[in-house]
Design a protein around this ligand. Structure first.
Ligand SMILES: Nc1ncnc2c1ncn2[C@@H]1O[C@H](COP(=O)(O)OP(=O)(O)OP(=O)(O)O)[C@@H](O)[C@H]1O
Ligand SMILES: [Mg+2]
Length: 434
């Protein structure tokens, strides 16, 4: 089977010259080499659905391209199914990738685009990937079975198929391999609701349709590993939700190890067994969705996951467990005593999620502020509250009659606070990320 293990991987793009400056011999035209991935460790279990999230430019697509073999790694090792794949060309890695810019073959119909990977398995690549899989001890793989049938199909079947292609459908001869391909293609097309588009060419499709064809092409192949780079970004909200659950249930059914890149928080939280959060070429934390939410390893993760985002305030520690702000004093549980000892007299960053702020009475432990925005959604209400030059976000029940400009007192749920080192941003509680 096929776990994916990424060990200490680096990626540096070499320095390049800007064309015009090169002619002018301008040294300033030399772009510096760029290290976009650093010390990447990621252990994706066999059959696991791993979601990769992070801001634009943090290196998500680059990491997928390294795993797929489309880009050479600068240092480190990548293992797929127990096999070191650093030097293995992409087609021998048996990985299907859905690109961010759905690269379809423009001269092939939707049907042929979907069938492409399967047909390629017939033409030798299948035999090679079979040997590959055998080497890696994957004799039981469902893919191997398909590859065997595709690779051992008989030449005379193809010849008769070609000869009868122009006859009416009932008289056409479909070789066994083509019949299998046809079954697969139609099943995938049905699932992704692109059945009626099979005869069209990519130029005749909308962005969302192209995206589903690209997804279908990867799924039809039943590879060892799926790599998906924001495969749903062009779909409307309804189709996106539908396709999301189809991908998840298909992935569960096939048990194919998947690494899925997204910008979408809801996608990340609902699809993944675990989430890996990246920032500036480094992995910040890898954990199950709720653990990430409840125990972020650092301020970046705390801020990135959750919407509206976590509130942050600077407070001073007074041992054993009092947090002092010019406008409030909050006493927290004695469980913090040990952690806070070294911070006595120093400042730390207090983090509190919007749902852990509530309306309270005037009190020294509460925060007085002015409501600058009210979003009543019916089931709950979001407030923006101006406090000491900061905007705090609070989520309160639907039955409070709060209006713009009101003065309110916010109470912090003391057992829900997060504390971060003000310099490193590291959470004072969660384990330090590797
Ligand atoms: N071929 C290349 N040569 C030089 N730099 C590159 C190359 N490809 C990507 N980069 C740089 O590497 C960094 C990471 O790019 P990457 O495409 O992996 O980001 P990403 O996380 O996928 O972003 P997005 O969410 O916008 O798709 C960026 O700063 C990008 O400019
Ligand atoms: Mg990208």
């Amino acid at each position: 089977m096929a776990p994916v293990l990424i060990e200490n991987v680096y990626k540096t793009f070499p320095a390049t010259r800007l064309n015009r400056s090169e002619k002018a011999g301008d040294p300033a035209g030399l772009q510096e080499s760029l290290t976009v991935l650093r010390r990447i460790h990621l252990d994706v279990a066999d059959g696991e659905f791993m979601v990769l999230v992070g801001p634009s430019g943090c290196g998500k697509s680059t990491l997928l391209r390294l795993i797929a073999g489309l880009e050479e790694i600068s240092a480190g090792t990548i293992w797929v199914g127990g096999q070191r794949v650093n030097d293995l060309p992409p087609k021998l890695r048996d990985i299907a990738m859905v690109f961010q810019s759905y690269a379809l073959y423009p001269h092939l119909s939707v049907y042929d685009n979907l069938a492409f990977g399967l047909r390629r398995m017939r033409q030798g690549a299948g035999q090679q990937s079979q040997q590959n899989m055998k080497k890696a001890g994957m004799g039981q793989d469902a893919n191997l079975e398909l590859a065997q049938i595709l690779a051992t199909s008989r030449w005379w079947e193809d010849a008769i198929g070609t000869l009868t292609r122009r006859l009416p459908p009932a008289l056409r001869y479909l070789p066994e391999a083509e019949r299998l391909i046809d079954e697969r293609v139609r099943a995938v097309a049905k699932m992704l609701q692109i059945g009626p588009l099979l005869h069209r060419f990519p130029r005749q499709l909308s962005g969302g349709q192209k995206q589903r064809v690209a997804l279908g092409r990867a799924m039809a192949r039943n590879p060892q590993v799926f790599l998906m780079d924001e495969p749903l970004s062009n779909l409307d909200a309804k189709l996106r939700t539908e396709t999301r659950s189809q991908i998840v249930s298909l992935q569960r059914k096939l048990g194919i190890t998947t690494i899925y890149v997204t910008h979408d928080q809801v996608e990340a939280m609902t699809m993944g067994d675990r989430i890996a959060i990246m920032n500036q070429g480094q992995i910040q934390q890898v954990a199950a969705p709720l653990e990430l939410y409840q125990r972020p390893a650092n301020r970046f993760v705390a801020e990135f996951i959750g919407s509206p985002t976590m509130n942050f305030l600077t407070v001073q520690v007074q041992s054993p467990s009092l947090l002092i702000h010019p406008k409030f004093r909050l006493s927290i549980s004695s469980e913090w005593d040990e952690v806070l000892k070294p911070y006595d007299g120093r400042t730390v960053t207090l983090g509190i999620r919007p749902e852990h702020l509530s309306l309270g009475p005037p009190a020294p432990k509460n925060l007085e502020g002015e409501v600058s925005r009210v979003e009543a959604l019916g089931s709950e209400t979001y407030l923006s509250v101006q406090f000491e030059g900061e905007t705090l976000q609070a989520r309160i029940g639907p039955d409070h009659a709060v209006r713009l400009g009101d003065s309110v007192w916010l109470a912090i749920a003391a057992d829900k606070v997060h504390l971060f080192d003000p310099d490193s941003g590291r959470s004072l509680r969660a384990p330090v990320p590797a």
